[in-house]
Design a binder for this molecule. Structure first.
Ligand code: ZN
Length: 566
């Protein structure tokens, strides 16, 4: 294709509204334009790149035997009511009414529609297993769309759904997806960490996320580089670093002491000159409508996922300030477990065997010293805390690290949640009807592009892999008006086309510096540069965008050499 005929609206400067590198570069390189908050138009270059990503996804899905569907984005409320998610999705779901006043929504995911198709058609266990997928637009009413294409209200997803006769079948479908996802991400040039994850609102038993390490990410994963243990922060387990000070040896009862205006762990640490790990943190939570006091070491954070799992609660939240005053007779900042009888107390296992710690006194501006868990209050013990970087790996004992990541894919074992709720049944081998077991699997298409940009960008722009870059190579004559240069460039361009190499011809009448900058910005991985002086010596340049290495080759051999590198 000829650059002079294309619409590639590059920008000279970083757009002010963009925060993360992928957002800046997608705008600057003329890939996308924002239509409204979290809604983007994909221009020529983005669409080309997304098409390549989709092709890779399709090839790997087809290779596992999955069949491509295309389901409607517009869904009737009824199927979401059947599954119970019409209410559960809350404000995240775009809802609308038709002219007759009937409720509809824009699909955020397609478990309901796929199950509705399956229950209407699948009759016998002999038709199982089935894996159905689509690449389709999803809608989510994000409260705060941001980070360019990373957190948006409309996006593309490859979502697939498996139907199996039993758990062993589901294991196979799940494994197939796991393997295919690794291939897809590798082919798209991404480094990913597969981690055990929480399945949240999706329901079900096992789930894994495919996380791309990136500073632009908002999810943390815990990784052990020694044994390769990796888990989502909300679910990760590790041994806490021991408290920085041994507990005092003392055998008495808690004593109140005055702590005027000292509300936070840091305030009290400063006031008492004792480390945060010598304090207990009291968090008032509400689990399925009931108050629960959660106790943690002062320097630890609560994992709401672990807390919800420990209590087998479906809905958890922090208590409101007014509720806290009502239940404790004191304000947040002075709360503690001693004397609390009107609610369940749970404590994190890092507090087990600790003695004589500091906690709030349930009286404004007072704390207690010498509080011993199990003696001065009786908690239920659970693993409740978020792992910190530097904790000891639960598998091998080495130090774990925290990485910021982007979630690029997610696979779930759904179990019977949707098939049961929506009445999907087939004739079983023994004659009686059985309920198929389901899995659900998603990949964010734009997230692959953003992740690749985030992992590989440099000061000059994007540095995309050949597999997903809009063009594999750009042919750049440094001076279009030089007839020999132009002819040689055109010859190389035509050779590339004859070999089906995805080639862009920079035929613009621009200065060479502008052409090189633009090609680097939009992320073309290879460049063949044809200049007058070199050409007179029988040479052209083959430039690698990523390594910035340039090789000089005769014009007749350059395309063959490039082809080897592709
Ligand atoms: Zn380890």
């Amino acid at each position: 294709m000829l650059w002079s005929k294309l619409f590639i609206p590059t920008l000279r400067d970083d757009p002010a509204e963009a925060e993360v590198p992928s957002h800046k570069l997608l705008l600057r390189a003329g890939y996308v334009r924002q239509l409204a908050a979290g809604i983007y138009s994909y221009l020529f270059l983005a669409q080309r790149s997304l098409n390549k990503i989709e092709r890779i996804v399709r090839e790997e899905m087809d290779a596992m035997g999955a069949q491509e569907f295309h389901l409607p984005a517009l869904n009737p409320a009824e199927i979401w009511q059947e599954s119970g998610r019409w209410d559960a999705m809350g404000d995240n779901m775009f809802r609308l009414k038709d002219r007759f006043g009937r409720d509809l929504c824009l699909g955020m995911t397609h478990e309901e529609v796929m199950t509705a198709v399956a229950r209407g058609e699948l009759r016998s266990y002999k038709q199982l297993p089935q894996i159905w997928y689509q690449i389709q637009t999803k809608f989510r009413d994000e409260q705060r769309p941001k980070s360019g294409l990373l957190r948006v209200r409309q996006f593309l997803m490859k979502d697939s759904y498996s139907f199996d006769i039993d758990a062993e079948g589901l294991d196979i479908s799940f494994r197939k997806h796991y393997d295919a996802y690794l291939k897809i991400f590798t082919r798209c040039g991404l480094e990913v960490i597969p981690v055990e994850a929480d399945s949240g609102a999706m329901g079900g038993s096992q789930s894994m996320e495919f996380m791309v390490p990136s500073e632009a990410g908002e999810d943390f994963v815990v990784v052990c580089n020694h044994c390769h243990y990796a888990a989502n922060l909300e679910k990760a387990v590790a041994y806490a670093v021991p408290p920085s000070l041994d507990d005092p040896d003392y055998d008495g009862d808690p004593e109140p002491f005055h702590t005027p205006g000292r509300k936070t762990i840091a305030d009290v640490a400063d006031f008492t000159k004792l480390p945060a790990s010598s304090q207990m943190k009291s968090l008032v939570m509400v689990a399925d409508g009931k108050p629960v006091l959660a106790m943690l070491r002062g320097d630890h954070q609560l994992s709401e996922t672990k807390f919800a799992a420990a209590l087998r609660a479906t809905e958890v939240r922090q208590a409101f300030a007014a509720e806290i005053v009502d239940w404790f007779g004191a304000e947040p900042g002075s709360l503690g477990p001693v004397g609390i009888t009107n609610m369940l107390i749970v404590a994190d296992s890092a507090l087990e065997n600790r003695r004589n710690m500091i906690a709030g006194a349930n009286r404004n501006d007072y704390h207690l010293r010498n509080v011993t868990p199990g003696r001065h209050f009786q908690p239920a013990w659970h693993d409740l805390r978020q792992v910190n970087g530097g904790d000891a790996c639960a598998v091998c004992g080495s130090e774990v690290k925290l990485h910021k990541t982007i979630e690029a894919g997610h696979i779930f074992k759904l179990g019977y949640k949707y098939s049961e709720a929506m009445g999907l049944r087939v004739d079983g081998p023994a004659g009686a009807e059985v309920t198929p077991i389901m899995g659900s699997y998603g990949i964010g298409i734009e997230r692959i592009l953003c992740s690749a940009i985030e992992q590989r960008y440099d000061a000059n722009g994007m540095s995309l892999p050949v597999s997903i870059a809009p063009f594999a190579v750009i042919v750049t004559p440094v001076n279009n008006l030089d007839a020999a240069v132009h002819a040689a460039a055109e010859q190389i361009y035509n050779e590339c086309r004859a070999l089906a190499i995805d080639v862009l011809f920079d035929d613009r009448d621009e200065r060479p510096g502008v052409k090189f900058k633009d090609a680097d910005l939009i992320g073309v991985p290879w460049r063949i540069t044809i200049g007058g002086k070199k050409l007179a010596l029988g040479l052209v340049e083959l430039y690698n965008r990523k390594t910035r290495e340039t090789r000089e080759l005769p014009p007749a051999g350059v395309v063959a050499e490039l082809r080897k590198s592709l």
